[in-house]
Design a protein around this ligand. Structure first.
Ligand SMILES: C[S@@+](CC[C@H](N)C(=O)[O-])C[C@H]1O[C@@H](n2cnc3c(N)ncnc32)[C@H](O)[C@@H]1O
Length: 260
C-alpha cells in the first residue's frame, strides 16, 4: 500500500466511511468482545483511580463523585455507557478526528445526561489541551492507527492533561503471541473478515484495515514504554489470550522538596 496508513487525514477519511456501520460491525466482528473489553478498560481505570488516592501509604477519603474524564479517540462515544455506569456523575470531554464520528456523537449527546458530555472534533495528538485538568483519561480502540512517534505524542498529551494523582486506562486489539491463537487470530483478521466484508458490504475494504493496523501495532508494549517515558506509572494486561492488551496507571504526585 503506497498510502501512509498512519496519516491523520487517511485515518479520519477511513472512519468517516465506516461511521454508519462502525458500532454494529465492531460488535459482530469481535463476537461481542469489543464491548466487554471496553468494560474491562473502565474497570482498570477505576482500579487505578483508587491507587491514585494513596498518599504516603494511606488511602485518601472517598473518590470525588463527579470526576472530569477525557475520552481520547472516542469514536461516537462507545465507552460512555460504561463510564457512566461506574461514575454516574462524571463529566466527559471526548475528542475524535473523524467528522462523521463527531456528527454521530453529537446526535447521541441529545440523549446525554445534563450536558455533562462534550465532543470535539480534533486531532488528539495536536490539539491544545488544558494542563492538569483531567481526573481520568480513557481511550478504547484508537491506539492501533498510531505509529511509534504518534504513540509518544499521545503519551505526552495524557501526561499533560492529567492532574497529579489522576489515572488513565487504554485498551487496543492486539496480536496474540500464542502458537495456536496467534495464527488463528491473524487468519481471522486477514482472511475471514475481509471475505465477510466483501460479501456483505458490497465489496467494501475499509473494516478489513483492522488486520493491517493490528499487525503494525502489535500490542500495547510500545505504548507502555512511551507512557513510562512521559512520567506515568504503567501496568499492562492481556485480555483473552492477548487478543487485546491494555495499559493503565497514574500520574504520580510529586513529593514535596525536603526541608533544608
Ligand atoms: C476504532 S475507533 C474507536 C472508537 C471508540 N473509542 C470505541 O471504543 O469503539 C478509533 C477512533 O479513533 C479516531 N482517531 C484516530 N486517530 C485519531 C487522532 N489522531 N485524533 C483523534 N481521533 C483519532 C478515529 O476517528 C476513530 O473514531
Amino acid at each position: 500500500m503506497s498510502q501512509d496508513i498512519h496519516d491523520p487525514a487517511f485515518v479520519a477519511a477511513l472512519f468517516d466511511r465506516c461511521s454508519t456501520r462502525y458500532r454494529w460491525w465492531s460488535a459482530i466482528a469481535s463476537f461481542g468482545f469489543v464491548d466487554r473489553w471496553r468494560r474491562d478498560c473502565v474497570g482498570r481505570l477505576i482500579g487505578q483511580r483508587n491507587i491514585g488516592r494513596i498518599v504516603n501509604g494511606e488511602v485518601g477519603g472517598k473518590p470525588f463523585p463527579a470526576p472530569q474524564i477525557v475520552d481520547l479517540m472516542s469514536g461516537s462515544g462507545e465507552v460512555w455507557p460504561h463510564l457512566l455506569d461506574a461514575m454516574p456523575k462524571a463529566r466527559i470531554n471526548a475528542i475524535d478526528i473523524a467528522p462523521a464520528m463527531h456528527a454521530r456523537a453529537q446526535q447521541r449527546l441529545h440523549g446525554a445526561p445534563g450536558g455533562r458530555i462534550s465532543h470535539t472534533r480534533a486531532d488528539a495528538l495536536d490539539t491544545e489541551l488544558q494542563p492538569e485538568y483531567a481526573d481520568l483519561v480513557v481511550s478504547t480502540f484508537g491506539l492501533k492507527t498510531l505509529n511509534h512517534d504518534q504513540q509518544q505524542r499521545l503519551a505526552a498529551q495524557i501526561a499533560h492533561v492529567l492532574r497529579p494523582g489522576g489515572a488513565y486506562a487504554l485498551i487496543e486489539v492486539s496480536e496474540p503471541r500464542g502458537r495456536l491463537m496467534g495464527p488463528a487470530y491473524r487468519a481471522y483478521l486477514n482472511r475471514i473478515l475481509p471475505l465477510i466484508e466483501r460479501l456483505f458490504l458490497k465489496g467494501g475494504r475499509d473494516f478489513s484495515m483492522i488486520g493491517t493496523y493490528t499487525h503494525s501495532f502489535g500490542d500495547c508494549t510500545d505504548m507502555a514504554q512511551a507512557l513510562r517515558e512521559a512520567g506515568l506509572t504503567v501496568s499492562m494486561e492481556r485480555h483473552f489470550a492477548g487478543c487485546a492488551t491494555s495499559v493503565a496507571g497514574i500520574k504520580p504526585v510529586a513529593k514535596p522538596a525536603a526541608q533544608a
